[in-house]
Design a protein around this ligand. Structure first.
Ligand SMILES: [Zn+2]
Length: 325
C-alpha cells in the first residue's frame, strides 16, 4: 500500500499494488474506486476485491501473473462527508475561491472533452466540472499515478448505479477506432457474462455517450490522452432498478444484502477482464522503468508486494461501519 497524495482536506489517498514478485507480469490492470463519494457500492467493492486477490492468489494462476493497481477511495473527503453529513454528496470538498459553493466533480475534471462539460454546469451543481481542467488535487494525483505506470493494459473506473459497462467516448458521439472497439466489446461481453452469473443482473455494454454525453471523465482521459487500450467505466447496479428518489437512494446506498451482490458482481467482472487480457497476451519483459512499489518506500511481504496492513483494516472499517450510520 502506497500513499500517492493528499485530498483537499489532507486525507491520504492510497494505492494498493498486488502482484507476485517471483513471476513476469503479462498484464497490468488499474482500477479506481470512489471518485463519486455517494456511490458507496464502489468503495466497498474495492475492499472486497483486495481481500479476494490477497486470499486467493495461490489458487488462480491468472491472478498471479497480473499486476493489480487499485485506488480504493479517490475522493476520501467526499466519502467522509457523504457517510457522515450529506449522503447524496458526490463531489470533492475543496473550498472554491470567490464562490459560496464547495467541491468539484472529479469525474468531470479531466482534460478529455472538459470544455464541453464546463460550459454547462454551475459551480454549486453536484456535477460541476471545476474552474479549469485538472484543477483538483485528487484528479492531478490520479493523472500522475497513471502516467508513472509504464504500461497499462486496462483501466477501470468503478461507479454506481447505472447497471452498465461503459466504453469511450463519453464526451462525444463518435465511435472509437474499430480495433479498439472490437477488443473492448469482446472484453466487456466477457465481463457482462461473468457478472450476470451472480444473480442474473444484465449489464448493458455501450459507449458512455449512449448513457449521457459528458466531458472530463477519467474514462476518456485514460483512452484518449494516455493511450490505454482498454478503458471502462463500470456502473454497478440493480435488476429492476426504479426511477424514484427512493430507488436511487437504495441503489447509491444499498442494503447489506444488495451490497454483497454488487461487490461480487464487480469482482467477477474484473476477474473476467483479467482472464480476457491474460488470454490475449504473450509474456512481456519487465521494463526497467516499471513503476514499482519498491521505489515508493512501502512495506512488502516475501511473497506479495502488498499485505493486509493496518491501514487497509482501517479503511475497511471506515467502509463497513460508516456507511450505515
Ligand atoms: Zn459516478
Amino acid at each position: 500500500m502506497t500513499e500517492i497524495g493528499h485530498s483537499a482536506e489532507e486525507r491520504p489517498i492510497y494505492s494498493v499494488q498486488i502482484h507476485d514478485q517471483r513471476v513476469n507480469h503479462n498484464v497490468t490492470i488499474v482500477i479506481v474506486f470512489g471518485s463519486h463519494s455517494r456511490e458507496w457500492a464502489s468503495q466497498n467493492s474495492a475492499v472486497f476485491l483486495i481481500r479476494h486477490l490477497l486470499n486467493n492468489t495461490k489458487l488462480h494462476r491468472h491472478i498471479m501473473t497480473t499486476k493489480w493497481y487499485i485506488v480504493p477511495v479517490l475522493n476520501p473527503d467526499g466519502y467522509h462527508f457523504s457517510t457522515t453529513k450529506s449522503s447524496l454528496w458526490r463531489k470533492n470538498r475543496r473550498l472554491l475561491a470567490n464562490s459560496k459553493c464547495v467541491g468539484v466533480d472529479l469525474d468531470r475534471n479531466f482534460p478529455a472533452g472538459w470544455k464541453s462539460a464546463s460550459s454547462k454546469k454551475g459551480w454549486c451543481e453536484q456535477d460541476f466540472s471545476g474552474p479549469s481542467t485538472l484543477s483538483e488535487n485528487e484528479a492531478q494525483i490520479l493523472k500522475v499515478f497513471l502516467e508513472k505506470i509504464s504500461y497499462t493494459d486496462a483501466y477501470v473506473d468503478v461507479h454506481s448505479c447505472s447497471q452498465a459497462i461503459l466504453m469511450p467516448f463519453n464526451y462525444q458521439k463518435v465511435d472509437i477506432p474499430k480495433d479498439s472497439l472490437k477488443s473492448m466489446t469482446d472484453a466487456a461481453n466477457q465481463m457482462k457474462a461473468a457478472m450476470e452469473k451472480t444473480r442474473g443482473t444484465k449489464y448493458a455494454v455501450k459507449a458512455g455517450s449512449d448513457l449521457r454525453v459528458v466531458g472530463g471523465t477519467s474514462l476518456d482521459f485514460a483512452f484518449q490522452d494516455l493511450d490505454i487500450p482498454i478503458t471502462f467505466m463500470l456502473e454497478l447496479g440493480y435488476v429492476n432498478k426504479g426511477e424514484t428518489r427512493e430507488d436511487l437512494l437504495n441503489c447509491f446506498h444499498p442494503s447489506d444484502e444488495n451490497l454483497v451482490f454488487l461487490e461480487k458482481e464487480c469482482l467477477q467482472g474484473l476477474l473476467a477482464l483479467n482472464q480476457y487480457l491474460v488470454s490475449k497476451h504473450q509474456p512481456r519483459q519487465k521494463s526497467p522503468d516499471d513503476f514499482d512499489i519498491k521505489n515508493q518506500g512501502s512495506t512488502k511481504s516475501t511473497l506479495y508486494a502488498v499485505s493486509l496492513s493496518s491501514a487497509l483494516f482501517q479503511m475497511s472499517l471506515l467502509v463497513r461501519n460508516k456507511c450505515w450510520q
